[in-house]
Design a protein around this ligand. Structure first.
Ligand code: KIV
Length: 263
């Protein structure tokens, strides 16, 4: 795989070529995804839930992001790597620059930051220092209590208009990519068409430039609540759950280890 850069992804947007992105948090999965040709990996603060077992992303620290970013970068040296600036790590310009420095130095190409109008000055300060910034609007999990839960955003005319305005303002302030989470498909399409930068959707329909899924959702290993938009791409027969069940059964019945797997 060629090294993926922001120009590669911008070219995809310009040529109307859709691209896939996925979250990853460790070396092994990053290598596996990269070897299959995934061009973009996100070290998302979703790791607060998928790795740390918390019920939101707000417990995640900058050190957690840098730890996982280093591991993912080792597994996927050529992918375009985005890492989240976690909860309250960008509440002012000084903090944002200090924490972005740590994240970029741990191997990321771009930082992702949640929010609209209130963070435009942060985006501008980072962009002015040649940092690649990805915006994230719609359902922004770091504001989950403010939003009163995981629910579709942009359903009313006013809220949709606000999201369109914020997307345009973020682009003006210097973001080079935008994530739209859980907004109606038609609104995501409008925003994607209005912006000249690549727009990645999650739970926002098919008309964005790229899609992203949390790896545990895509591999069908999220147990309990699974978001409506996510799709398990592993069939049941060959699922990870089926592999674990088979392992337990073969150990219990003495089928594993056999001669072939013994010294
Ligand atoms: O943290 C994350 O994994 C994300 C994606 C859901 C876009 O922000």
């Amino acid at each position: 795989m060629e090294k993926i850069t922001i120009s590669t992804l911008q070219h995809c947007k310009n040529c109307n070529n859709k691209f896939a992105a996925i979250t990853a948090y460790d070396f092994s999965f990053a290598r596996l995804f990269s070897n299959q040709g995934i061009p973009v990996i996100l070290v998302g603060d979703s790791l607060g839930m998928t790795i740390q077992g918390n019920n939101s992303t707000i417990t995640v620290e900058v050190d957690d992001i840098t730890y996982h970013t280093k591991a993912v970068r080792k597994g996927a040296p050529k992918v375009f790597l985005i890492s989240d600036l976690p909860f309250l790590s960008y509440y002012n310009v000084t903090e944002a620059i200090k924490n972005t420095k740590k994240i970029i130095q741990s191997g990321s190409n771009m930082v992702k930051i949640e929010g609209g109008k209130k963070i435009l000055h942060i985006v501008k300060e980072l962009s002015d220092r040649s940092i690649l910034v990805c915006g994230h609007i719609g359902l922004t999990p770091q504001s989950i209590d403010f939003l009163s839960g995981y629910r579709i955003q942009g359903k009313t005319y006013d809220d949709a208009q606000r999201l369109i305005d914020e997307a345009l303002l973020l682009e003006d302030s210097g973001i080079k990519m935008l994530v739209l989470e859980c907004i109606p498909s038609a609104l995501a399409e409008t925003i994607t068409k209005k912006l000249s930068i690549p727009v990645i959707g999650i739970g926002s329909g098919k008309n964005t430039d790229g899609q992203i899924l949390v790896m545990q959702d895509l591999l069908g290993i999220t147990e309990g609540h699974v978001p409506k938009f996510s799709k398990n791409f592993l069939n049941q027969k060959n699922s990870i759950q089926a592999a674990i069940k088979k392992y337990i059964l073969e150990v219990e019945t003495g089928l594993y280890p056999d001669i072939k797997h013994s010294f």
